[in-house]
Design a protein around this ligand. Sequence first.
Ligand SMILES: *[C@@H]1O[C@H](CO)[C@@H](O)[C@H](O)[C@H]1NC(C)=O
Length: 384
Amino acid sequence: MRSLSILATLFAFSAPSVVLAGSCIAFDASWNLLAFGLNGKDYNAGPSTSWASGTAADITTQGRPPFDGADTKCYLAQFFNAIYVLGADKSKPSDVYMYDAGAKSWSTQAITAGGFDPSSFEAILDHDTNVFYAVSKGELWSLSLEQLKAAQSAPIAWVDQSAAGITTTNYDPVMAIAQNHIHFFGVPGNPAGSASIFVIHFSFWQPGSQSYSSDFPDTHGQATSFFKDSGVQEEMVFIPDDGSKTYVVNVETNTTQTLAGPPTVDAGARYFASTNSLVQLTSSGAISFLPYTAGSASANSAAAWGPIKNLAAVSGTTPAGPDPNNSSSSGGKSTSKGGAAGGSPSKTSGGPSDPTGSGAARRDTVLGSSAALFAVGAAVVAWL
Ligand SMILES: *[C@@H]1O[C@H](CO)[C@@H](O)[C@H](O)[C@H]1NC(C)=O
């Protein structure tokens, strides 16, 4: 068993991140899981009730970005059922691609970057105003997407708001939104279990930090927010880069639930949450989820991460960790090749993806035998 785990870890290390550079995940406003740029295609895996079997729908269509960026970011504009995709086209690094999830169509919004560096930022999308707030190189920037679910003809500009009111030296921002407040995790000098806050609607940097009655470390990690069917987000997720735990912070009670860490330790993983699921996308394209029940700490502490099988069935990517739904699984995490600690994921850009599917041959060539080994390794672990 142990040697098989070690083998599986080796296989996970050999997983090709090159082909999956630039992929991202998001939920639409009906909580269908969308995965973009997985081996050159986009998929709709449906709501969580449909993930255990069958096959995700291929939604690859014209107008999509090439998903060849080094750090693609996806956001849901809940009021408009639109997904905004940033950094998905290395030839147009500032542009925002919009996926109208209702119409299932893409458009490209021209963006005037000005002094904003699209290669180095972290951002949240404000729920109520549909304005992006980003921190880049010590400044707070904003970008208003108005009420758009498709691009308008006039370009939209990033606006430099002010210097950030937190330490940004040696700080790669880790941001999430709740109650229209931007929360910054891992700010140097903050006590464990706390976050710094920018109150969007008053343009106010709250002095000091807010405690969330927890011991989550003051380190770099990834953060996202659980949505609600209506109203602003009230709970955020923080996952330190060591993947040891999943922390869910409630900004109404200022308390934290400490839940199982994700199956794959990957500082380059990305996370997206709906109302009832937290999803991890690793650097190698494996997608897993943690079921979540708002208001039930006991259900959440008992919850286990598992694979999204209908997506793995079509995307050619399989979570590297064991399937916790398989009672004989041996536990233990896999480690995926992520970015350098504290930095952005060191994804290598692949070529433009090909929605016609004729890129499959190229993909297979690029993947070579390491992908086959990875698939075998993952299958072995899933089977154990
Ligand atoms: C929770 O923290 C926020 C932000 O600091 C604060 O405004 C609010 O009063 C706190 N709520 C409770 C119940 O402590």
